[in-house]
Design a protein around this ligand. Structure first.
Ligand SMILES: NC(=O)C1=CN([C@@H]2O[C@H](COP(=O)(O)OP(=O)(O)OC[C@H]3O[C@@H](n4cnc5c(N)ncnc54)[C@H](OP(=O)(O)O)[C@@H]3O)[C@@H](O)[C@H]2O)C=CC1
Ligand SMILES: O=C(O)CCC(=O)C(=O)O
Length: 444
């Protein structure tokens, strides 16, 4: 049995009931097989794979808070500190009813390799809670965030672990979390990223994941003699990543015709009007169905099936495993030629395989959504230097980082005879740096 197969078996046996974690590890390790086989003695001697798949620490805790009716509510809170070989733990917090240890471990594992690809000194971590901010009042969200931080503050710091946002955690939540951290510690420091601009946030962090996705999509298209301008695009989700992916795609001349939330999807043949989406989602916190009430050319459909709309390029920006085999079969049948993941692991393993076998250009999330954490890294730098860069400066650096990630991913795939397989390229390039750092630092 190969080293990779041995570890895969152990991960499944040692982590029962963690399907998302198994899926993420399987995708990565299978595409690392060539690299691992070529260096098997060194990696075995240093226990690299055994250590790579085991989080350094998982903190799990009770989060009690009082709702607007005076009732006590209790949620689960977690922080998974996965690997700090190349920098302090870094990664978002997710507040969503589906959150469990398996999901946070898959996200933390992916984050280690993603952060390595950015070229910035950041380790990987992830955290969150099964708390659902949807439908809660601002006071309830604040009470929850303060209680969450009452435990989390003991484990984080600007040089140990720096959380940020993810699903259900935006500027409002990061603000409440930062306020409570400051109150508990008396430290005003860059302990969280995605902060409000008046208190240490970076310009362009809000836009970074979506913009970065479209920058690397553009690089991938150009490298394959295609272009974005004039193409029809579907973006899934209608949250932070989706909104700014749509904005950049439109700026670069694409026509975005559809988006969704977890209830259903909107098709607007005239092209999505983003100012209306921003008002619905960022200001009023309403459902995306509201778009069809406000725009006469739009049609709302309840449930799944957004992939049945004809498009050239599909950008999944909602959540894990949203795009399955049925979805990609519909995309391919309608002539879609590129998929770039804005979300983390939105495409199932079999759907990814189908896309690759059918010649669809495919960029995996750990490369294509790395713009968010990259600008988080730049926010940390600005906080450490006690200065702020302009929007244009940050955006220019973001573009440079995404170009650099594309080159690394493309080169790594070519080095191992896998030209055009950006899944293999991203996993290899991310892994090599982390593995080398782990070997240099000894068995820790
Ligand atoms: N924010 C960031 O900087 C980064 C985010 N990511 C990843 O991007 C993805 C989106 O995150 P973000 O935009 O920040 O989160 P948000 O909470 O801002 O938005 C999430 C969006 O996805 C939708 N959604 C969630 N679950 C489903 C589902 N099962 N089917 C259809 N739509 C769904 C939500 O709809 P509804 O309102 O109905 O729940 C919402 O529109 C996640 O995978 C996240 O991990 C990756 C890198 C950085
Ligand atoms: O900005 C960050 O630190 C993390 C963003 C994130 O959660 C992710 O890349 O998935």
């Amino acid at each position: 049995m190969s080293y990779v197969e041995e570890i895969l078996e152990k991960v499944v046996a040692a982590n029962p009931n963690e399907p998302e974690f198994h899926q993420a590890v399987k995708e990565v390790l299978e595409s690392l097989k060539l690299v691992v086989d070529a260096n098997e003695e060194l990696y075995r001697k240093n226990g690299i794979l055994e250590r790579l798949v085991e989080p350094e620490r998982i903190i799990s805790f009770r989060v009690p808070w009082v709702d607007d009716n005076g009732n006590v509510q209790v949620n689960k809170g977690y922080r998974v500190q996965f690997n700090n070989a190349i920098g302090a733990y870094k990664g978002g917090l997710r507040f969503h009813p589906s959150v469990n240890q398996s999901i946070l471990k898959f996200l933390g594992f992916e984050q280690v390799l993603k952060n390595s690809l950015t070229g910035l000194p950041m380790g990987g971590g992830k955290g969150g809670s099964n708390f659902d901010p949807k439908g809660k009042s601002d006071r309830e969200v604040m009470a929850f965030c303060q209680s969450f931080m009452n435990e989390l503050y003991k484990h984080i710091g600007k040089d140990t672990d720096v959380p940020a946002g993810d699903i259900g955690v935006g500027a409002r939540e990061v603000g409440y979390l930062f306020g409570q951290y400051k109150r508990l510690t008396t430290l005003f420091e860059g302990v969280l990223t995605g902060k409000g601009i008046p208190f240490g946030g970076s310009l362009a962090r809000k836009e970074a994941t979506g913009y970065g996705l479209v920058y690397i999509l553009d690089d991938m298209l150009k490298a394959n003699n295609k272009e974005l301008a004039g193409k029809t695009v579907i973006v899934t989700g209608s949250g932070n990543v989706a909104i700014y992916a749509i904005e950049k795609a439109q700026q670069l001349g694409a026509k975005v015709v559809a988006l969704c939330d977890s209830n259903g999807y909107v098709y607007d043949e005239n092209g999505i009007q983003l100012d209306i989406v921003k008002d619905i989602k960022e200001v009023k916190r309403q459902r995306i169905s509201e778009y069809a009430n406000r725009v006469s050319s739009a049609k709302y459909t309840q449930g799944k099936g957004i992939w049945n709309i004809k498009c050239d390029i599909y950008l999944p920006c909602a959540t894990q495993n949203e795009l399955d085999l049925d979805g990609v079969k519909a995309l391919v049948a309608n002539g879609c030629f590129a998929v770039a993941e804005g979300a983390n692991m939105p495409t199932t393993l079999e759907a990814t395989k189908y896309l690759q076998e059918n010649g669809v250009l495919f960029m995996p999330g750990k490369a294509s959504n790395a713009g968010g954490v990259s600008v988080s890294g730049l926010e940390q730098s600005q906080n450490a230097m006690r200065l702020s860069w302009t929007f244009e400066e940050v955006d220019e650096k973001l573009k440079g980082i995404m170009n650099d990630i594309f080159t690394k991913v493309d080169d790594a795939a070519k080095r191992y005879g896998q030209e055009g397989n950006y899944v293999a390229g991203a996993n290899i390039a991310g892994f090599e740096k982390v593995a080398n750092a782990m070997i240099s630092q000894g068995i820790v």
